[in-house]
Design a protein around this ligand. Structure first.
Ligand code: ADP
Ligand code: MG
Length: 212
């Protein structure tokens, strides 16, 4: 069975144009199952295997929430590794290219802290990073989350496997409690469920077995 097209969602025309310019017409299964809830600002916990299009699901969700005129961090994506953070940043930038004046910054270790701090001083709408470096920026007040609307935990299962539960908790303690929290994972486990219970409010739970 075919999944719906992106144009069936109530997206800003500019965002829809961007999505279509990437050659995406139909949503993948996980996008079709999660985006209607995400666009209603609900918390969502989503499980689907690798390669099923989870990045665009939360990427489109967070882009639709941004006020591009306000140069405050309004969305934050926490990823397990630098490589994944780079990929997520690239995809969000692609989804935002041409039409929205959106700045997306990567905040990971292995790159100079001071140049990241300088970039943050110029303002950013979205930050994508790994737990350790995000925590460092929060502690040193170079990153502020007062205006955060959307928090994404990407590859939550991997972050737990890597022992990031405590530092994620520290990072999220800086986020406003009135926010949307999206949790994406390739697998469901008790630990992932516990993470959801800790940081999400009445989440809609979505699980997709096949990728399309
Ligand atoms: P996951 O995070 O679930 O592992 P990704 O978000 O990395 O998967 O997506 C896998 C690939 O699918 C990417 O190359 C992405 O560009 C592509 N993709 C995502 N959504 C769509 C879509 N609706 N139509 C076509 N390709 C898509
Ligand atoms: Mg992914």
């Amino acid at each position: 069975m075919n999944t719906p097209e992106f144009c069936s969602l109530s997206l800003k025309p500019a965002l829809l144009e961007n999505i279509e310019s990437l050659g995406y017409t139909r949503m993948t299964a996980i996008q079709a199952e999660t985006l209607p809830h995400i666009l209603e600002n609900k918390d969502v916990i989503a499980q689907a295997k690798t390669g099923s299009g989870k990045t665009a699901a939360f990427g489109i969700g967070l882009l639709s929430r941004l006020d591009s005129n306000s140069f405050k961090v309004q969305a934050m994506v926490i990823c397990p590794t630098r490589e994944l953070a780079d990929q997520v940043c690239k995809e969000i930038r692609q989804l935002a290219r041409l039409t929205q004046n959106i700045k997306v910054l990567v905040l990971c270790g292995g790159a100079p802290f001071t140049s990241q701090r300088a970039s943050l001083e110029h303002g950013a709408h979205v930050v994508v990073g790994t737990p350790g470096r995000l925590w460092e920026h929060l502690q040193k007040h170079s990153l502020r989350l007062e205006h955060l609307r959307v928090l994404v935990l990407d590859e939550a299962d991997r972050m737990l496997d890597m022992g990031f539960a405590d530092i994620i908790t520290d990072v999220i303690s800086h986020a406003p409690s009135h926010r949307q929290t999206l949790l994406f994972s390739a697998t469901y486990s008790e630990a992932v469920r516990a993470l959801s219970q800790r940081f999400q409010f009445r989440p809609v739970s979505v699980s997709v077995e096949a990728s399309h």
